[in-house]
Design a protein around this ligand. Structure first.
Ligand code: EPS
Length: 386
């Protein structure tokens, strides 16, 4: 069984729709649980005009009865309030391709003569669907004690702060820009303000951690079951994401092997422990039971007020890009999107491990799985099966 979904909807169409399949029976679910995550996608820091128009809410249309999932496909709908402003309006064709966006390749590929036919679907508005689905995955995984957190590790050219990960994750929960500290919050706000006044856009790096994972989700036996590959694919599928790092991958590439790999030792009680987590909680495509650690690079939004060199696809002549509306820096808003796609992938991996139709039978099976605590064996014990 897998936790899978399919979304539909355009940025300025009547609504976004998504069907989620594979959720077990008995999971408590209501629109308020989804609204909390959707609100995090609407953080004001760095957001453009659209976020002031929308109040994203996912209406649950199927798959939930008396507040509990029934095991049937769950149908969700998020209304685009801005649709009313576009309905019946004569919208001029958009013909100059924005560098960095889907525009040029999409028009060549699909034979469009108006870029709007591509940009309406390639818009990051679709990520509202993934956050709604991610909220279901979050609710499911929370039943097993599995939790995700994230913060904006760097934004534009603001250097990274020297704060502990624990402080960073905790501060970000209350920060409008999901910054790791008050000093970073001030720097991010200032940098976004300057970029906005120049008509510029900014990218950044998101740090994510997932705790409570059992040992052995994913597998090394076939490439498509490697959880590191699946997580990277999920993260890379989010608009404007250009890179993903698992653990200390990039500094690790320059570190000798004997210094990089996380030792397997017994502590003073005789328990088997991993004192470090440079592998980011994944070895050979499987969870180690340590926290999953990812860092994600987001490029600046291609839609800038500053005109960029391009071609008018209608005339073939050199042209500069025109601006309608976009975010200055969506990195703070993207945190919950990254959490969502990771949680969806982890929910699938956990379901593969546990099987089952009801949440209760999955919870019972989960108690039998090895966790860092259950492999804390006495010195006399071995990992190998008897
Ligand atoms: C977005 C909705 C869009 C964009 C933005 C994100 O709305 P509009 O086009 O009406 O301004 O603001 O989309 C992009 C960043 C993009 O690259 O397309 C949203 O709901 O998040």
């Amino acid at each position: 069984m897998a936790f899978r979904y399919l979304s539909a909807g355009e940025s300025h169409g009547p609504c976004l729709s998504v069907i989620v399949e594979g959720v077990p029976t008995g999971l408590p679910l209501d629109a308020e649980m989804l609204a909390a995550d959707l609100a995090k996608r609407q953080l004001k820091a760095g957001a453009g005009g659209r976020m002031a128009i929308e109040t994203d809410r996912a209406e649950i249309l199927a798959g939930v009865m008396q507040g509990l999932t029934t095991g049937a496909p769950i149908a969700l709908q998020i209304v685009n309030k801005d649709h009313a402003a576009w309905k019946g309006r004569e919208v001029p064709a958009y013909t100059t391709a924005r560098p960095g966006h889907a525009d040029l390749a999409a028009c060549v590929k699909y034979g469009f003569n108006d870029i709007r036919q591509a940009l309406e679907r390639s818009s990051a508005r679709e990520t509202a669907c993934r956050v709604a689905v991610g909220a279901i995955a979050r609710q499911f995984l929370a039943a097993f004690g599995i939790k995700a957190r994230s913060y904006v590790a760097s934004l534009g050219a603001v250097p990274e702060a020297k704060v502990t990960e624990a402080e960073a994750f905790a501060f970000a929960e209350t920060s409008e820009s999901r910054a790791p500290s008050q000093a970073q919050e001030d720097a991010y706000t200032n940098t976004i303000h300057i970029a906005k006044s120049k008509g510029e856009t900014l990218g950044g790096v998101i740090a994510l951690e997932v705790t409570g994972l059992p040992v052995g989700l994913g597998s090394y036996v076939t490439p498509d079951r490697r959880l590191d590959a699946r997580l990277a694919a999920a993260v890379m599928s989010v608009n404007a994401i250009k890179g993903v790092e698992i653990g200390d991958a990039f500094t690790g590439a320059a570190t000798p092997g004997s210094e990089l790999h996380d030792p397997i030792v017994r502590d003073e009680t005789g328990a088997i422990v991993r004192p470090t987590n440079r592998c980011g909680g994944l070895e050979a495509g499987m969870t180690t039971g340590q926290p999953l650690r990812l860092r994600v690079a987001m490029k600046p939004i291609p839609t800038t007020i500053i005109p960029q060199k391009s071609i008018d696809l209608a005339t073939g002549e050199a042209a500069t890009t025109t601006y309608e509306r976009s975010d200055t820096c969506p990195v703070p808003r993207a945190c919950v999107v990254i959490e969502s796609v990771v949680l969806i992938e982890l929910a699938t991996a956990l379901m593969e491990k546990l099987g089952g139709d009801t949440l209760d039978e999955m919870l019972a099976r989960f108690k039998t799985l090895p966790t860092p605590d259950t492999i804390r064996l006495s010195p006399a014990s071995k990992i190998f099966w008897p």
